[in-house]
Design a binder for this molecule. Structure first.
Ligand code: PMP
Length: 379
């Protein structure tokens, strides 16, 4: 068996059916959806069908779906687009993705104040510790965490906020992996990204509640009501709708399968690579992400060793890999020392086989025990 891919929270393999759905719009149907001729109308139809399908799958209205280049752009658009100019508080969690953290950090340079919501040791925003300042201008909390899979109490937060400020929710790590009703969440806007659920890279969406004032980031076009101008990527939109459809239609079967793979993988590591510390809840979050610490191993050394053993995983979010800084997500959960510095993220997909998971666990145990032996730590 060759390389084993356990980095599905960084990106997933695209489904062949998604490619098949996209292909005509890349090759034989070149129209720009803004053109009024037959080709343009054909492209427009495909684009609007995709928008409608995505809206339906997320319990939103089609006119609430804005296509973007991915979740990073959608998060930036929401944060800069929803916040007004009057300084005040921005409530967010310390476990957000950098594409939420960094725009908020920039806003603090412009006079806004960050109020960081405390999280529990299992990586969930602690509702008991949340108070909403009177001058709150924006709330940004993700739906599921990309490093631990922890699901955040969004509905409870929107109920507590009671419409006092816009609420943006980054659902990039949750899209296609749990039931999502945009309406029921009660948020103002929500981000998804196609390459996280077996769709193409380079497209995401910002779902924005009707009648919301959203200032565009980009200027110079009438497309998507001027909120996100630029020629819409028709093939990518068709691909995203196809992938989301597949993910949502098969949600229960996929999650049962991934949970089974997770338990199997974890049991083998616990037997053959002990001590193993699970960062996050045993079973209550999304089963796709498994964040594990291997005391006695440095995560960076283990990542490299595993790469040589042809197991692909990560030490945190892909966007911060390459940095030697420990994960802010785990730090916010109170992890310190060896647990923090030996943490690895393995992320699964329903496309993995039992055989792959077994073989990955075997290789990981081998690497972990070898590293512990050479670093003089107990194995
Ligand atoms: N938010 C979360 C929670 C993510 O996991 C990611 C992907 N690492 C992003 C945002 C950014 O997504 P994209 O790659 O589509 O820009």
């Amino acid at each position: 068996m060759n390389a084993i891919y356990l980095d599905n929270n960084a990106s997933t393999p695209m489904l062949p059916a998604v490619w098949e759905a996209m292909r005509p719009y890349l090759c034989d149907r070149p129209g720009n959806p803004a053109s009024s001729h037959r080709f343009g109308r054909q492209a427009r139809q495909a684009l609007e069908d995709a928008r409608e399908r995505i809206a339906q799958l997320l319990d939103a209205h089609p006119d609430e779906v804005l296509f973007t280049s991915g979740a990073t752009e959608a998060n930036n658009l929401a944060i800069f687009g929803l916040i007004g100019t009057t300084p005040g508080a921005i409530l967010s969690s310390p476990i957000e993705h950098p594409s939420v953290v960094e725009p908020i950090r920039q806003l603090t340079d412009r006079g806004f104040r960050l109020v960081s919501l405390p999280v529990t040791s299992e990586g969930c925003v602690d509702l008991n510790a949340v108070t909403i300042p009177d001058d709150t201008r924006l709330v940004a909390v993700m739906l599921a965490n990309h490093e631990t899979g922890a699901i955040q109490p969004i509905e409870a937060l929107t109920r507590t906020l009671n419409g006092k400020a816009p609420f943006h929710c980054d659902a990039a790590a949750a899209g296609g992996k749990m039931p999502i009703s945009f309406r029921q969440l009660g948020v103002t806007s929500m981000t998804i990204s196609a390459h996280k659920f077996h769709g193409p890279k380079g497209i995401g969406a910002l779902i924005v509640r009707r009648n919301t004032k959203l200032r565009p980031l980009l200027l110079g076009g009438h497309q998507q009501h001027g909120k996100r101008p630029g020629t819409e990527p028709v093939p990518l939109a068709v691909g995203m709708a196809t992938a989301l459809d597949w993910s949502v239609q098969n949600l229960d079967a996929h999650n049962t399968r991934v949970l089974g793979l997770r338990r199997r993988f974890l049991a083998q590591l616990r037997s053959h690579a002990a001590p193993v510390i699970l960062n996050g809840a045993e079973d209550s979050g999304l089963p796709h992400a498994l964040n594990l610490s291997f005391p006695g191993c440095s995560a960076d050394a283990l990542l490299m060793t595993l790469d040589l053993a042809d197991v692909a995983c990560s030490t945190g979010s892909a966007c911060s890999s390459g940095s030697l800084l420990p994960s802010p997500v785990l730090a916010a959960m109170g992890k310190t020392g060896d647990v923090l510095h030996s943490a690895m993220r393995f992320s699964l997909s329903p496309l993995l086989s039992e055989l792959e998971v077994d073989e990955a666990a075997r290789r990981i145990a081998l690497c972990v025990n070898r590293l512990r032996a050479t670093s003089g730590e107990p194995s």
